[in-house]
Structure formats: C-alpha cells, structure tokens
Write a protein that binds this ligand. Structure first.
Ligand SMILES: Cc1cc2nc3c(=O)[nH]c(=O)nc-3n(C[C@H](O)[C@H](O)[C@H](O)COP(=O)(O)OP(=O)(O)OC[C@H]3O[C@@H](n4cnc5c(N)ncnc54)[C@H](O)[C@@H]3O)c2cc1C
Length: 481
C-alpha cells in the first residue's frame, strides 16, 4: 500500500508497515469560487470562479455529505450517516484508508488508563459501548467479530512497579469501580498468576479491567469500508482516493462552504462537509482558509509513533493487554525542559512507554513511542531498540531471545497521532461556517473514540439530542476566540 499526500507547504508521504515514501508534486490550495448557477437541495446557489487553477479531469458530483479523510474517524462518520440516515456520502482521501495514524494503531479499546470524570471519559465510555454493540450485532447475524474486526475481549492490565504507583493504582481502581466499571486491584502475587508472561517484582501491582477489548485497526477499517461500499450499490456512497483536497468551494452569497476541490474533482456537499484529516487537520485548515477573513486555526500537530510487531511470536502469548503506568514512568530520553520554538518542551520530544498486546493472529504488538518531529516519516532503528529494551524490562521471554532473532521477524508501523495540547479532540462546526464540521485531534485514542465521535458528528448535522455532551470538544475558545 503506497500513499502520498499533497499540501501547499510541502509534499510528504505517509508511513506504516506497508506504505513507503513516494515524492509527490506540489499543489497549491486556494479558495475556489465557481461561476454559474448550481442546484442546491431547495434553492439555487450562485457560484463564481476566481481561481486560475483548473483540475485536469473534472467530474462534478453532489452529495449530501462529503467527508475528508479516510482514517478511522472519517470512515466511521461516513458509516454512521449511511447506516442511520438516507443521506448520500462521499469520502475523499489524499491516500487510501489506513495511510494515516489509523494504519499504525495498536487497537486497544481500553478504559483502564482513562480517568472517570475527565473531559474525555463520557466519549470514550460511549464509544466503547458502541464497539460492543457492533460486536453483539455481528454475533447476532452469525458473523465472527474476531475474524471481521480482530476483536478480542482480553481485559487490560495497567502495571505499576513502585509502592507509589501501587497506591495510585488502588485509587484508580476505586474510581473506576465507582464509575460502574468492573475493575480489580491486583497485588504482585495475583498479577503474576493472572499474567505469567510478566516477571513480577515484589512492589509490582496492577489495575485490572476485565471488560477492556481490542480490535485490529486494519481489519476494522476493511470491515467498515466494505459496509460503506455496500451502501454504494444504492448510489449513496462514493470514494475518492489518492485525491487530496486542495481548496474550499464557497458560495458567493455569504461565503457558505458548498464543497471542496480535490486534485481531480469538485465535490459539492448539500448538508455537511466533515473534515477528519487527523494530524494533517491543522495544516490543511490553514491552507484552506488562506485569504479568508476568518480568524481560525486548528492547533492539531503530528505526534509520531512507532509500533513494533513480532510476527507469529511463539515464545510468549499474553492473556491480557498490558500497559505500564503513567507517563511519569516513561523512558524519557531528552530531559531538558527548554521550550522549543514550537512551544513543545524538549523532554516531550521522545518518550517510550511499554504497551503489549497479542493480536487475533498471534502477532505480538509492542508499543510505543511518542515524538514531536513534524511529518518526518523516516525510520530510526534506535527507537525500535528503545521499545524492545523497554519491553524486556517486563517480559523475560524477550530477554532470553537474541536481539537479532527478534529483529528478523519484526515489522514496524509508523503513524502520526493527531495531538491536541489539551488532550481532547476537536469535534464541532466551524464558527461562521456551520456546514463545515471538524473531527480531529484524537491523539492516542482515535480507535477507541471513533464510533462515539461519529455518532456525535451525525447528531450535530441532524440536530439530534446528543448522547454525549459535545461542549468539551467545541472549537470555540480552542481554535478561535
Ligand atoms: C503507534 C500508534 C498506536 C496507536 N494505538 C492506538 C490504540 O491502541 N487505541 C486507540 O484508540 N488509538 C491508538 N492510536 C491512535 C489512533 O491511531 C489515532 O487516534 C487515529 O487513527 C486517528 O484517526 P484519524 O482518522 O483522525 O486520522 P488518520 O488515521 O491519520 O487519518 C487521516 C486521513 O486524512 C487524510 N488526509 C490528510 N490530508 C488530506 C487532504 N488534504 N485531503 C484528503 N485527505 C487528507 C490522510 O491521508 C489520512 O488517511 C495509535 C496511534 C499510533 C501512531
């Protein structure tokens, strides 16, 4: 799978195991005003051309909803529209599904590291419930969710290694239980019995959430796409891949957004334009809004992450998904706290924290790194080694194996998490452009939050009563004053 993106500021490629870099020509986004008269659902919208740019193969198409970005967020938004409304939907992507962060995702749908009462709690909780509902529905129809989604209900263990962490884990278990989640505190002995693959130290302990689950991100995307495409048979769905969006199309009556210009097509939207372009949302919006008299910026930036996959790993199988406790215990390579020009502290630039899962086919997935390095998708072998070193501190089976043997069967996935400095995604209409909705900035929790985000977006467009309060995710005060 090979994918490339075009942006005004740079040409770049996306990386995961299957996608390698490819250079792309530069394209310059700008706002397009198309002249003439086009039909809108219940009125005529006058548009005028002011752009010198002409697409090479124009195919004008009108949909109720255009979704930009075919990561887990864009695809699940499209799915929700297709499953719960009669609206027609187009999905457009600069590359292909899974060419962004989604393709690198480890796949845990966990609550164990989420904090009850925090601003993302309700969305995560609702979203997890929607994943579980989907799994129940598949089972009801005789479909195996482990085949279709890589679904496993493994439970999760959040592991502490010091008496202080143990104390914090005990409080966390109390909080999770009070929030009606099944959660259990495991002391060292119980932890060793629950997860024999760990070498448990005397001070170790864990918060155990037995109902936590995992998916295989790439399988889940295939499944969602297959479902979306089946709606295409009724003429309600169309995909436009390898077509970066380069401009907005706006009505000359009040400048309402009426569509987007891709590298090949103009796609009109009658009800909504949903922008779900993950880590690229900040730069894309900046490009699209250039020349507009709107004071608006999306502070989503890329946070690069590696996942190491040891294929068909026989030496160790995990009973549960495992994550080490908190960022305080992460291996932070650069410790200087100087703020760089980007406002990101140096010590934030690279951190490694141990996560481990076994997927539905027996691969061992080891995570993960976090790094602010822009959209540089190069592969740095030292980061792979840091992830393996970290995992070795927990799993003796990895210590016993020569590093070269381990590396022989390894695959690396790299993705750019869409990072928001306040730890919450942005989900909501752009002030002044109500048809345009953003859904981005899910950082390391986009797989978990996808179905809840999709529900929230669709409820916004249809003016339904929201299931989860969208206020914390509003753009107001975060992207504009
Ligand atoms: C190593 C790693 C492990 C992770 N593990 C987990 C996990 O276990 N659980 C979890 O919940 N989350 C996890 N995440 C986070 C999760 O993967 C992300 O939050 C999620 O994938 C974000 O989805 P998205 O759809 O917003 O973005 P993306 O998947 O990045 O999709 C954005 C899409 O927008 C497209 N695009 C960009 N610019 C344009 C343009 N101009 N025109 C058209 N299309 C454009 C891109 O091609 C891309 O396909 C992990 C992330 C990483 C990196």
């Amino acid at each position: 799978m090979e994918a490339c993106l075009l942006s005004s500021s740079s040409s770049y490629s996306l990386g995961n195991t299957k996608s390698l870099s490819r250079s792309c020509s530069r394209t310059y986004p700008h706002i397009i005003f198309v002249s003439g008269i086009r039909r809108s659902s219940n009125r005529w919208t006058r548009l005028s051309v002011t752009s010198s740019f002409r697409p090479t193969a124009v195919e004008n198409s009108t949909f109720d909803v255009v979704v930009v970005g075919a990561g887990i967020i864009g695809l699940t938004v499209a799915r929700r529209f297709l499953m719960t409304t009669n609206l027609s939907v187009a999905v457009v992507d600069a590359g292909v599904p899974c060419s962004g962060a989604t393709g690198a995702g480890q796949g845990y749908i966990w609550m164990t590291h989420k904090t009850p009462g925090s601003e993302t709690w309700d969305l995560c909780n609702r979203s997890k419930k929607l994943w579980e509902d989907l799994v129940d529905e598949l089972r009801f129809h005789g479909v195996d969710p482990s085949q279709e989604l890589g679904w496993k209900k493994t439970g999760s263990l959040l592991i502490g290694r010091t008496p202080e962490e143990s104390e914090m884990l005990a409080s966390r278990v109390k909080l999770l239980s009070e929030a009606d989640l099944r959660a259990e505190f495991l002391s060292a002995g119980s932890l060793a019995a629950e997860e024999p693959s760990l070498q448990v130290g005397r001070d170790w302990s864990a918060a155990f959430v037995p109902d936590d689950c995992q998916i295989d991100a790439q399988l889940a995307v295939d499944f969602i796409e297959k479902g979306n495409r089946s709606s295409g048979l009724q003429g309600r769905y169309k995909e436009f891949f390898h077509e970066p969006v380069i401009s907005l199309v706006r009505s000359d009556y009040g400048g309402e957004v009426v569509g987007v210009q891709t590298s090949k097509n103009i796609l009109y939207c009658e009800q909504a334009l949903v922008v779900a372009t993950g880590a690229w949302s900040g730069s894309l919006i900046q490009d699209l809004f250039k020349g507009l008299n709107i004071s608006f910026s999306v502070p989503v930036i890329p946070r690069k992450g590696y996942l190491v996959i040891l294929e068909n790993f026989q030496k160790m199988q995990l009973n549960h998904g495992i994550m080490e406790f908190g960022y305080v215990d992460h291996q932070i390579i650069s410790r200087s706290s100087n703020l760089s020009a980007s406002g990101v502290s140096e010590c934030e630039k690279l951190s490694i924290s141990m996560t481990a899962t076994t997927d539905a086919t027996g691969n061992l997935l080891l995570g993960s790194s976090r790094q602010f390095i822009g959209f540089d998708n190069g592969m740095d072998e030292s980061i792979v080694n840091c992830i393996l070193d970290r995992a070795q501190q927990f799993f003796p089976a990895l210590r016993d194996l020569p590093r070269q043997d381990m590396l022989r069967s390894r695959k690396i996935r790299i993705g750019f998490r869409p990072y928001m400095h306040d730890g919450k995604p942005i989900i909501g209409p752009v002030p002044g452009l109500p048809k345009m909705i953003l859904a981005a900035g899910h950082e390391g929790g986009g797989l978990t939050m996808a179905l809840g985000t999709a529900e929230m977006v669709v409820d916004m467009v249809l003016n339904n009563v929201p299931k989860v309060d969208p206020t914390p995710y509003s753009l107001q005060g975060r992207c504009c004053s």
